[in-house]
Design a binder for this molecule. Structure first.
Ligand SMILES: C[S@@+](CC[C@H](N)C(=O)[O-])C[C@H]1O[C@@H](n2cnc3c(N)ncnc32)[C@H](O)[C@@H]1O
Length: 287
């Protein structure tokens, strides 16, 4: 029997009995694979790293301030949001006021390339879902290290490619969503942390079994696959209503989320410590 015939036989030998009993015997395949909501996992990090009354945390690329408000609700201390876009800062300021947290929150315009903060002035740098947009990764990490006080910590959560992502897919999806493709490389991220003197103290991805940062599966991601399939079939009709550029951006956004669901991309969570500083857990400075 040829290799191909053997594979066909193996495939249907599995498939027909499986389909016959799919409903009755294999319901467990649809069970949630575990994990917790990402916000719960991430929000616990600053406290673990010693965030307390009097501490200062900066959220770089704070967007509309969603996460920063959550952090301010759960922790004592002062919170600074930095973002290059005025419209984001306006929305974030409105959110802080609405939540009654504005007295402990400040919003500043700026980017990670040149943070509007004094050197050694914050205890925690928080980068959530923003570092993939950055061109000069080494410069950005050095800037984060600059503003950290000795003993300070940092959290970065940004996307990484897995072995399932093919080079042409990487090129297409990163250009669509405005990502620097180099930031999808674990090795490249590690080199940037090292060059800035930031030591990795915790790491895990959001999708790997056994990871400390395993995120609960988001069934909502399937919506992107359904929409992507539909708009591709109605391309000229949708393009005429949405405009060509917006159509391409929508496709890039949906494809990104489909790749996430398929495990072609994942998110890495790194907890970092300013290497020249003191460890929050060990107390005295290392020799
Ligand atoms: C996907 S949003 C994430 C927002 C927020 N961190 C969150 O998780 O809800 C990416 C954010 O990064 C900001 N951003 C893009 N380039 C940046 C840069 N060079 N420095 C700082 N922020 C940047 C964008 O303005 C946007 O608010």
């Amino acid at each position: 029997m040829s290799n191909l015939s053997a594979r066909i036989e193996a495939f249907y030998g599995f498939l027909w009995p499986f389909l016959a009993e799919e409903q009755t015997r294999y319901a467990y395949l649809d069970e949630p694979p575990g994990g917790r909501p990402m916000s719960t996992l991430l929000n616990a990090i600053p406290a673990r790293r010693g965030m307390k009354a009097g501490s200062r945390l900066v959220d770089v690329g704070c967007g509309k301030g969603r996460q920063l408000v959550e952090l301010a609700r759960r922790h004592e201390g002062d919170f600074i949001g930095v973002d290059p876009l005025d419209q984001n800062l306006e929305l974030a300021t409105g959110r802080a006021l609405q939540e009654g947290l504005h007295q402990r929150m400040t919003f500043l315009k700026g980017g990670i390339e040149q943070l509007p903060l004094e050197s050694a002035s914050v205890d925690f740098v928080w980068c959530l879902d923003m570092l993939n947009h950055v061109e000069d990764l080494d410069g950005a990490m050095k800037e984060c290290a600059r503003v950290l006080r000795p003993g300070g910590s940092m959290m970065n959560c940004s996307a990484l490619a897995t072995d399932l992502l093919e080079p042409r897919e990487a090129e297409r999806v990163t250009s669509g969503v405005g990502f620097n493709p180099a930031t999808l490389s674990h090795e490249r991220m590690t080199a940037a942390y090292e060059s800035a003197g930031l030591r990795v103290v915790e790491f895990g991805t959001t999708t790997e079994e056994g990871s400390p940062f395993l995120e609960a599966f988001d069934e909502g991601l399937a919506r992107h696959a359904l929409r992507f399939g539909k708009v591709l079939r109605a391309r000229s009709r949708v393009e005429a209503r949405l405009g060509r550029e917006a159509f391409e951006l929508l496709c890039a956004y949906d494809q990104w989320n489909i790749f996430l669901m398929l495990g072609k991309v994942t998110y890495g969570v790194w907890v970092l410590e300013h290497a020249s500083g003191r460890s929050a857990s060990t107390g005295p400075p290392r020799p």
